[in-house]
Design a protein around this ligand. Sequence first.
Ligand SMILES: C[S@@+](CC[C@H](N)C(=O)[O-])C[C@H]1O[C@@H](n2cnc3c(N)ncnc32)[C@H](O)[C@@H]1O
Length: 410
Amino acid sequence: MKEITVAELFAGVGGFRIGLEKASVSYRTIWANQWEPGKTRQYAFECYDQHFGPSLTNSNEDIAIAKRDCPKVDLLVGGFPCQDYSVAHSGDAKGIEGKKGVLWWYINDILKARRPKYVLLENVDRLLKSPSKQRGRDFGVILRCLYDLGYYAEWRVINAAEYGYPQRRRRTFIFAARKRTTWYRTVLNMGSDNPRRILFKDGFFADQFKVTKGEGLVREYDLKVKSDGTDYADLVDFSDSFAAAFENTGFMLNGKVYTSTTTPYKHKQMVLGDILESDGVDEKYFLGSNLEKWQYMKGAKRIERTAANGHSYVFSEGPIAFPDPSDRPSRTMLTSESSTNRSTHIVEDPKTGNLRFLTPVECERLNGFPDGWTDTGMPEKFRYFCMGNALVVPLITRMGKQLLTITAKD
Ligand SMILES: C[S@@+](CC[C@H](N)C(=O)[O-])C[C@H]1O[C@@H](n2cnc3c(N)ncnc32)[C@H](O)[C@@H]1O
């Protein structure tokens, strides 16, 4: 079987790597980078390195510097944050600059330098609509960069719960294939004259993440030409004026974008109750006498407040189910999962019926990580933090299987 070399950026505790290795032994990660800004102890990296190292090819340095060490690979993967991707002219009039510390630009630099055949990225669903004052600009900038570098790109917003996993975690996945790969030629043949086929049936995501067919309007956008018929002068011009209503599914081929809304087929759902530990949960995870505090925090509120300028207003928030229902997939896990926060999950312990927090192992299960994956010497609150950052591993396994069928034809 052909080997597929991988570089994993923003590796966290290795969600992409576990998912790909589950899909096939063909995937070989030859370089990974993970660095938590501003922290002396690098717990996520230590966890990654304990499982997959120790190795000189695991880099624990700011990607702004480490990007030069990324080798040439077949597949580049990474989950990165939604930030402001606008660009401006730099000092010398011809240069173009994204904002410092915006991680997309380091990915873009690596793509430019190493030209991987395939790219698989993860971001939050908000990416498609940002920023609120110029909807779609940020994602448009990413697509335009991929077009400039000679890639086909496809995206899908996937809610893990809708494909049978126990957490309602909604993320944007982006797959890109470079010109001259078989997949690029395949989509070219499927044709931009039949975008529905790629969107609903035969695209990269459509095969593994089935949707009900033939629905909805397909919107089209051009990344090269403005609505007045003139070409965008450069990326700055593009970033200043591009806006679009990107739906949850779409692709970009040759600078043309097609996007539509898809609805997943109904799957048998896993629910929160399926992943709860049924026995032996330590006393420290139980709420004890704090019940009223939590009831208040989770409840609906209307509170009169006064702003700094003296203006008074009513702060209101709706209720959150308390405890979290065990017969439904859970709400999204956040990095704040271990803190006293209304979004922290509270569940009914299956054995005693008493209320308690999720255990670190249950958080790992919600993301499809092996039990105890983050039990590598980090304090518990970081185990929760790492899972709040991580992705739902079995989704990557499905994508890895799909990519395998594609690369087999290269
Ligand atoms: C969304 S998380 C990705 C989690 C990962 N997919 C997983 O399964 O654990 C993004 C990661 O990027 C890391 N990161 C943030 N800024 C970075 C930088 N400048 N250089 C390298 N890594 C960075 C964070 O520490 C975090 O672990």
